[in-house]
Design a protein around this ligand. Structure first.
Ligand SMILES: Nc1ncnc2c1ncn2[C@@H]1O[C@H](COP(=O)(O)OP(=O)(O)OP(=O)(O)O)[C@@H](O)[C@H]1O
Ligand SMILES: [Mg+2]
Length: 339
C-alpha cells in the first residue's frame, strides 16, 4: 500500500433505504478519507446516518451508489471470500456488546478464530493473550452475565482483535457506560491504537468522546458530511452551523466579553492526557486567552503553569475558576497580569 493512500476511502456514497413507507435517503454524497493510525471520530445527532455510514464501511450495508475503498481496493469488486477477509480486517464493536451469553469470556474471544479456521489450541492461546491485554486475564471463565458493562465491552474488544484487524469500527461503544468506565474504555482504545497500530473509527454523539481520543473528526448531519478536519481545527474553528452547535451548544461566545481578570493555573502532575482547559471551555462555553504557559510533559504527567485571562462577567469568571478547581488543579487569581 502506498503510504499516502487512505486505508478507508468513501467516494460519493449514497444509501437509500426502501421500505413499505417509501424511500429514505440515509446517506447522500458522502466522501471521507481515513488514514492508517488515525483515531477518526464520526459525530452527529441521532438519525444523522452514523450507523449506516459505519455499516457501509464494512459492507454490512451495501451503498446504493458510490465506492468504498479499503486498502486501495473497491469492496464492490471483491468476491464473497475476499469480502469475508476484508471484514476480518475491519472488526466492529457495538453499544450493546453483542456477546454470546452462553459462552465464557475465553470462548467468546475464540469464536471469530474458530470461524476463521484457526486451530483450537492456538485460538485459546491468543484469546488468553488478548484478554490479558484488555485487563481481563482473571475472568477467562466468567460468563457475560457475571460481568459489568465495561468488562463486557473489554471482552468485545478482545474478540474484535482476534482476527488481527487493521481497523476497529466502534459504533457508540461507550454510550451504555458510565463516565468513568467510558474514560477507561477510551484509554484502552487509545492504547490499542498506539501499541498495535490499529486505525480506529469511533461513531459517537458525544463531543467529549471525540475530544478525549480522536485525532480527526467528521461531523454528519441529515445524511451529509457537514465538516471534516483535525479535532484541533474543528474545535477551534468550527466551519459549519452544526459544528458550531456541537462545539458551542449554548451559542458562540462573544469575544468582547474577554476582560482583564486573570488566573494562574498550576499543573502539578495531573495527567497530561486530560485536556483540562479544552474541557473547561466546552463546559463553561466561554473563550479564554492564554497569556502565558510553561508546561512540561513528564511521562504521562503535565507539570508547569499557565495564566489565562478570565471573562469580564463576574459570574462566568467564577464559573471558570470553579470548573478548574473541580479538576483538582491549583488555581489562583492574579490581577492585571503583565506577561
Ligand atoms: N433498515 C432501514 N430501513 C429504513 N430506514 C432505515 C434503516 N436503517 C436506518 N434507517 C433510517 O436511516 C436514518 C439513519 O439511521 P442511522 O441508524 O444510520 O442513524 P444514527 O446516526 O446511527 O442514529 P443513532 O444515533 O440514533 O444511532 C434514520 O432515520 C433511520 O430511521
Ligand atoms: Mg446509530
Amino acid at each position: 500500500m502506498n503510504i499516502s493512500e487512505p486505508i478507508i476511502a468513501l467516494k460519493n456514497i449514497t444509501k437509500i433505504y426502501e421500505s413499505d413507507q417509501g424511500k429514505f435517503t440515509a446517506l447522500s454524497g458522502v466522501n471521507l478519507e481515513i488514514y492508517k493510525g488515525e483515531i477518526y471520530g464520526i459525530i452527529g445527532m441521532s438519525g444523522a446516518g452514523k450507523s449506516t455510514l459505519v455499516r457501509c464501511i464494512n459492507y454490512l450495508e451495501r451503498p446504493t451508489e458510490g465506492q468504498v475503498l479499503f486498502d486501495g481496493k473497491s469492496l464492490a469488486t471483491l468476491s464473497d471470500g475476499q469480502l469475508r477477509l476484508a471484514r476480518q480486517s475491519m472488526s466492529m464493536i457495538f453499544q450493546q456488546f453483542n456477546l454470546l451469553m452462553q459462552r465464557t469470556a475465553l470462548q467468546n474471544v475464540c469464536f471469530p478464530m474458530e470461524i476463521a479456521g484457526i486451530k483450537k489450541r492456538e485460538a485459546k492461546k491468543r484469546a488468553k493473550e488478548l484478554l490479558e491485554l484488555v485487563g481481563l486475564g482473571d475472568k477467562l471463565d466468567a460468563y457475560p452475565s457475571q460481568l459489568s458493562g465495561g468488562q463486557k465491552q473489554r471482552i468485545a474488544i478482545a474478540r474484535a482483535l482476534a482476527t488481527n484487524p487493521k481497523v476497529l469500527l466502534c459504533d457508540e461503544a461507550t454510550s451504555a457506560l458510565d463516565p468513568s468506565t467510558t474514560q477507561a474504555i477510551l484509554a484502552l482504545l487509545k492504547e490499542i491504537n498506539e501499541k498495535l497500530g490499529i486505525t480506529i473509527v469511533i461513531i459517537t454523539h458525544e463531543m467529549k468522546v471525540v475530544e478525549q481520543i480522536c485525532t480527526h473528526v467528521a461531523i454528519i448531519a441529515e445524511s451529509k458530511i457537514a465538516e471534516v478536519g483535525t479535532v484541533k481545527e474543528v474545535f477551534t474553528h468550527p466551519k459549519s452551523k452544526v459544528g458550531e452547535k456541537l462545539v458551542y451548544p449554548n451559542g458562540i461566545p462573544d469575544e468582547k466579553l474577554i476582560g482583564k481578570r486573570c488566573c494562574r493555573i498550576v499543573f502539578d502532575g495531573t495527567s497530561a492526557y486530560d485536556p483540562a482547559i479544552a474541557s473547561m471551555i466546552l463546559e463553561c462555553q466561554v473563550p479564554v486567552n492564554i497569556m502565558y504557559a510553561d508546561m512540561k510533559r513528564v511521562g504521562d504527567k503535565a507539570l508547569g503553569q499557565m495564566v489565562i485571562q478570565l471573562p469580564e462577567n463576574e459570574q462566568l469568571a467564577n464559573k471558570v475558576i470553579q470548573n478548574l478547581k473541580d479538576r483538582q488543579l491549583v488555581v489562583e487569581e492574579v490581577y492585571d497580569y503583565v506577561g
